[in-house]
Design a protein around this ligand. Structure first.
Ligand code: DQA
Length: 156
Protein backbone atom coordinates (compact mmCIF):
# COMPACT_ATOMS: atom_id res chain seq x y z
CA UNK A 1 0.00 0.00 0.00
CA UNK A 2 1.42 3.39 -1.02
CA UNK A 3 0.33 6.69 0.53
CA UNK A 4 1.25 10.24 -0.51
CA UNK A 5 0.95 13.08 1.99
CA UNK A 6 0.58 16.54 0.44
CA UNK A 7 0.91 19.67 2.56
CA UNK A 8 -0.09 23.09 1.28
CA UNK A 9 1.15 26.63 1.88
CA UNK A 10 2.56 27.74 5.22
CA UNK A 11 2.40 24.27 6.75
CA UNK A 12 6.22 24.29 6.62
CA UNK A 13 5.84 27.01 9.29
CA UNK A 14 4.07 24.74 11.80
CA UNK A 15 5.58 25.15 15.26
CA UNK A 16 6.19 28.83 14.46
CA UNK A 17 2.99 30.14 12.90
CA UNK A 18 -0.01 31.07 15.09
CA UNK A 19 0.76 28.55 17.81
CA UNK A 20 -2.52 29.37 19.61
CA UNK A 21 -4.30 27.87 16.57
CA UNK A 22 -1.89 25.26 15.18
CA UNK A 23 0.11 24.32 18.29
CA UNK A 24 3.85 23.82 18.82
CA UNK A 25 4.44 20.66 16.77
CA UNK A 26 6.60 20.96 13.65
CA UNK A 27 5.75 19.41 10.29
CA UNK A 28 8.83 17.11 10.46
CA UNK A 29 7.56 15.70 13.77
CA UNK A 30 4.12 15.00 12.30
CA UNK A 31 5.73 13.29 9.31
CA UNK A 32 8.04 11.29 11.60
CA UNK A 33 5.07 9.89 13.49
CA UNK A 34 3.21 9.14 10.25
CA UNK A 35 6.23 7.31 8.87
CA UNK A 36 6.45 5.20 12.04
CA UNK A 37 2.76 4.26 11.84
CA UNK A 38 3.02 3.49 8.12
CA UNK A 39 6.01 1.20 8.70
CA UNK A 40 4.15 -0.63 11.47
CA UNK A 41 1.33 -1.24 8.98
CA UNK A 42 3.53 -2.29 6.03
CA UNK A 43 2.62 0.85 4.10
CA UNK A 44 4.97 3.00 2.02
CA UNK A 45 4.60 6.71 2.61
CA UNK A 46 6.00 9.84 0.95
CA UNK A 47 5.72 13.48 1.92
CA UNK A 48 5.47 16.67 -0.15
CA UNK A 49 5.01 20.28 0.91
CA UNK A 50 4.62 23.27 -1.38
CA UNK A 51 3.54 26.86 -1.14
CA UNK A 52 2.58 26.85 -4.83
CA UNK A 53 -0.79 25.76 -6.20
CA UNK A 54 0.58 24.46 -9.52
CA UNK A 55 3.18 22.30 -7.77
CA UNK A 56 0.43 20.72 -5.69
CA UNK A 57 -1.59 20.02 -8.85
CA UNK A 58 1.53 18.46 -10.47
CA UNK A 59 2.12 16.26 -7.41
CA UNK A 60 -1.50 15.03 -7.41
CA UNK A 61 -1.18 14.17 -11.11
CA UNK A 62 2.08 12.28 -10.41
CA UNK A 63 0.14 10.13 -7.95
CA UNK A 64 -1.94 8.66 -10.80
CA UNK A 65 -1.06 5.00 -11.19
CA UNK A 66 1.63 5.36 -8.51
CA UNK A 67 -0.10 5.52 -5.12
CA UNK A 68 -3.19 3.97 -3.52
CA UNK A 69 -4.24 6.93 -1.42
CA UNK A 70 -3.60 10.59 -0.70
CA UNK A 71 -3.75 12.56 2.55
CA UNK A 72 -3.90 16.27 1.78
CA UNK A 73 -4.01 19.45 3.79
CA UNK A 74 -4.44 22.06 1.04
CA UNK A 75 -4.22 24.80 3.73
CA UNK A 76 -5.45 28.17 2.37
CA UNK A 77 -6.02 26.64 -1.09
CA UNK A 78 -8.86 24.65 0.48
CA UNK A 79 -10.97 27.75 0.28
CA UNK A 80 -10.03 28.87 -3.23
CA UNK A 81 -8.56 26.17 -5.45
CA UNK A 82 -10.75 24.68 -8.14
CA UNK A 83 -7.49 23.46 -9.76
CA UNK A 84 -6.61 21.26 -6.76
CA UNK A 85 -10.18 20.01 -6.55
CA UNK A 86 -10.17 19.12 -10.26
CA UNK A 87 -6.79 17.34 -9.93
CA UNK A 88 -8.12 15.13 -7.10
CA UNK A 89 -11.24 14.36 -9.13
CA UNK A 90 -9.12 13.66 -12.24
CA UNK A 91 -6.82 11.05 -10.68
CA UNK A 92 -9.69 9.29 -8.89
CA UNK A 93 -7.45 8.21 -5.99
CA UNK A 94 -8.94 7.75 -2.50
CA UNK A 95 -8.17 11.04 -0.74
CA UNK A 96 -8.63 12.23 2.84
CA UNK A 97 -8.52 15.94 3.62
CA UNK A 98 -7.02 17.06 6.95
CA UNK A 99 -7.23 20.39 8.74
CA UNK A 100 -5.37 20.90 11.98
CA UNK A 101 -7.80 23.59 13.14
CA UNK A 102 -11.59 23.36 13.06
CA UNK A 103 -12.21 25.43 9.92
CA UNK A 104 -15.96 25.51 10.67
CA UNK A 105 -15.38 27.48 13.88
CA UNK A 106 -13.16 30.16 12.38
CA UNK A 107 -13.59 33.06 9.95
CA UNK A 108 -16.48 32.93 7.47
CA UNK A 109 -14.15 32.60 4.46
CA UNK A 110 -12.81 29.30 5.85
CA UNK A 111 -16.31 27.80 5.59
CA UNK A 112 -15.99 27.78 1.80
CA UNK A 113 -14.39 24.45 0.93
CA UNK A 114 -13.53 23.55 -2.68
CA UNK A 115 -11.91 20.25 -1.74
CA UNK A 116 -14.20 18.29 0.59
CA UNK A 117 -16.66 17.17 -2.10
CA UNK A 118 -13.98 15.21 -4.00
CA UNK A 119 -12.55 13.52 -0.87
CA UNK A 120 -13.61 10.28 0.79
CA UNK A 121 -13.60 12.11 4.13
CA UNK A 122 -12.48 15.25 5.93
CA UNK A 123 -10.86 15.37 9.37
CA UNK A 124 -10.86 18.76 11.07
CA UNK A 125 -9.99 20.22 14.45
CA UNK A 126 -8.01 17.38 16.04
CA UNK A 127 -4.65 19.15 15.78
CA UNK A 128 -1.75 17.04 14.45
CA UNK A 129 -3.58 13.89 15.65
CA UNK A 130 -5.86 14.41 12.65
CA UNK A 131 -3.09 13.08 10.39
CA UNK A 132 -3.00 9.85 12.41
CA UNK A 133 -6.78 9.53 12.15
CA UNK A 134 -6.51 10.17 8.41
CA UNK A 135 -4.02 7.33 8.03
CA UNK A 136 -6.29 4.87 9.85
CA UNK A 137 -9.26 6.00 7.74
CA UNK A 138 -7.32 5.94 4.48
CA UNK A 139 -5.97 2.43 5.08
CA UNK A 140 -9.55 1.25 5.63
CA UNK A 141 -10.78 2.99 2.46
CA UNK A 142 -7.89 1.55 0.39
CA UNK A 143 -8.63 -1.97 1.69
CA UNK A 144 -12.28 -1.57 0.71
CA UNK A 145 -11.37 -0.28 -2.77
CA UNK A 146 -8.96 -3.19 -3.31
CA UNK A 147 -11.54 -5.74 -2.12
CA UNK A 148 -14.14 -4.28 -4.50
CA UNK A 149 -11.64 -4.37 -7.41
CA UNK A 150 -10.76 -8.01 -6.66
CA UNK A 151 -14.44 -8.97 -6.48
CA UNK A 152 -14.99 -7.22 -9.82
CA UNK A 153 -12.00 -9.03 -11.38
CA UNK A 154 -13.27 -12.47 -10.33
CA UNK A 155 -16.63 -11.71 -11.96
CA UNK A 156 -15.01 -10.89 -15.32
C1 DQA B 1 -5.60 24.77 7.73
C2 DQA B 1 -6.81 25.70 7.77
C3 DQA B 1 -6.75 26.71 6.63
O1 DQA B 1 -7.88 27.57 6.69
C4 DQA B 1 -5.50 27.57 6.74
O2 DQA B 1 -5.41 28.45 5.64
C5 DQA B 1 -4.27 26.75 6.89
C6 DQA B 1 -4.30 25.54 7.71
C7 DQA B 1 -5.57 23.79 8.93
O3 DQA B 1 -4.84 22.82 8.85
O4 DQA B 1 -6.23 24.04 9.93
O5 DQA B 1 -3.20 27.14 6.41
O6 DQA B 1 -5.69 23.97 6.55
Amino acid sequence: MKIMVIQGPNLNMLGVREQHIYGPVKLEQIHGQMKEFATQNNAEIDFFQSNLEGEIVDKIQECYGAVDGIIINPAAYTHTSIAIRDAIAAVGIATIEVHISNIHRREEFRKTNMIAAVCASSIVGFGPFGYHLAMIGLMQVISEVKAAQEAQATQE
